[in-house]
Design a binder for this molecule. Structure first.
Ligand code: PLP
Length: 403
């Protein structure tokens, strides 16, 4: 059964003594070198701190590791199916966190959310169809469609006050041009926006008016670190449009399981689900047994760990905020979710900002891959001591620029 503590996880408190897992757990610096880590191998043998790809430098929650060890002790790792228990655990998590009642038949398991984006393009788009995306956006939104067979219509987000959000007027104009689908990212990577009920409903209404499918990538849903915001699944924000919505989720970002290949789609409409499942045939492998074990442990028993994680990430975000505010030429975009800081480096006037920082010992994601070349993205899911070292390198790099 789901731990009751996990049900109040979005109400995480700043009082360390009230947190269910000690914050010091996240202070531990773990050497990830020589573990085949994509994030760390990129700079093997170099003095560059990796703060790029979206995985965390934290150990997984104890219940997850224990469940994996337990499963590994059985020596047969054949093809696996998803247990009713796992499906029920996911349904309970969605109910507890988002008030979303799903039927477990709606779940389609996948080895990754990016797979879900690619499958959606194949399932719901024909040749010459147009798909809307809203830059800046996670780079796989640009390459999940079928090469030249479909094209992307890019309508950038715009800034309203301090938040990046949908430019609905421009989106409506574009929709008149016979679009078949939108791929949304909510909460949003890289800006960290948590969209409101009203914003999601407006997008839903627009898509319904133009008979468009909605693919909602909600991989960051359990990572809302600003207590004043709350994630609302798109299908919950606009239940009247649920038949056209495919929601993609995973425990992988929040519980640091990216290497285990685990995710799932939630599709309430049976014929939409059938099209999705049939597009998976012979292409998408079954989900590995360890992925299922880890996912179940995460949702069933990882709530207390997550509660402390969110608080720790918020503290790290505050460290970035106070540091970057004193580095001339860099401007942090306020965020509500994710552990990815979106930083405007326009005023540095560099041609390739990420490459410049790399030369000065810190590996950031270049904004170019998300569609905003003058930005960099900083992954701050690391011990605070490592974060401070990274920020100090960023400061030195900026100070080394000719006046
Ligand atoms: C918005 C978004 N979608 C999908 C992914 C990757 O998902 P997966 O590893 O499950 O394919 C990421 C990873 O950072 C992401 O930020």
């Amino acid at each position: 059964m789901k731990d009751t503590l996990s049900q109040s996880s979005t109400e995480h408190t700043d009082f360390a003594s009230q947190l269910p897992v000690e914050k010091t757990v996240f202070d531990q610096v773990i050497d990830r070198k020589n573990t085949g880590s994509l994030k760390w191998e990129k700079y093997a043998g170099k003095d560059v701190l990796p703060m790029w790809v979206a995985d965390m430098d934290f150990a997984v929650a104890e219940p997850i590791q224990n469940a994996l060890i337990d499963r590994l002790s059985h020596p047969v790792y054949g093809y696996s199916v998803q247990s009713d228990d796992l499906k029920q655990t996911i349904a309970e998590h969605l109910k507890a966190e988002y008030g979303w009642t799903i039927d477990t038949d709606w779940l389609v398991f996948l080895p990754g959310v990016v797979t879900g984006l690619a499958v959606s393009c194949r399932a719901f788009c024909k040749d010459n169809d147009k798909i809307m995306v809203n830059p800046p956006i996670y780079h796989h939104f640009y390459d999940s469609h079928e090469g030249k067979r479909q094209s992307l219509v890019k309508i950038p987000l715009h800034k309203q006050g301090t938040r990046w959000t949908y430019d609905l007027d421009s989106m409506r104009v574009a929709c008149a041009n016979d679009l078949s689908m939108i791929m949304m990212c909510t909460p949003h990577n890289p800006t960290g926006t948590v969209f409101t009920q009203a914003e999601l409903l407006q997008v839903g209404n627009m898509c319904a008016e133009h008979d468009m499918m909605i693919i909602s990538d909600e991989i960051h849903c359990d990572l809302v670190i600003d207590k004043s915001s709350k994630h609302i699944p798109t299908a919950v924000a606009c239940p009247e449009h649920a038949d056209r919505i495919v929601t993609l989720m995973s425990a992988s970002k929040t519980w640091n399981l990216a290497g285990l290949n685990t995710s799932f789609a939630i599709i309430s409409n049976a014929s939409v689900r059938e099209r999705f499942v049939s597009a998976c045939q012979s292409i998408v492998p079954s989900t590995p047994p360890l992925a299922m074990v880890a996912t179940q442990a995460a949702y069933a028993a990882g709530g207390p760990w997550r509660q402390t994680l969110l608080s720790y990430l918020w503290d790290n975000y505050k460290i970035i905020e106070s540091e970057l505010n004193t580095i001339q030429g860099l401007r942090l975009e306020p965020l509500q979710a994710t552990y990815l800081a979106w930083v405007d480096a326009t005023d540095l006037g560099l041609e390739n900002t990420a490459a410049y920082f790399e030369q000065h010992g810190v590996g950031l994601s270049s904004g170019e891959q998300f569609g905003q070349a003058q930005y960099v993205r900083i992954n701050f899911a690391c011990p605070a001591s490592v974060l401070r070292e990274g920020l100090s390198r960023i400061r030195s790099a900026v100070e080394a620029l000719p006046g």
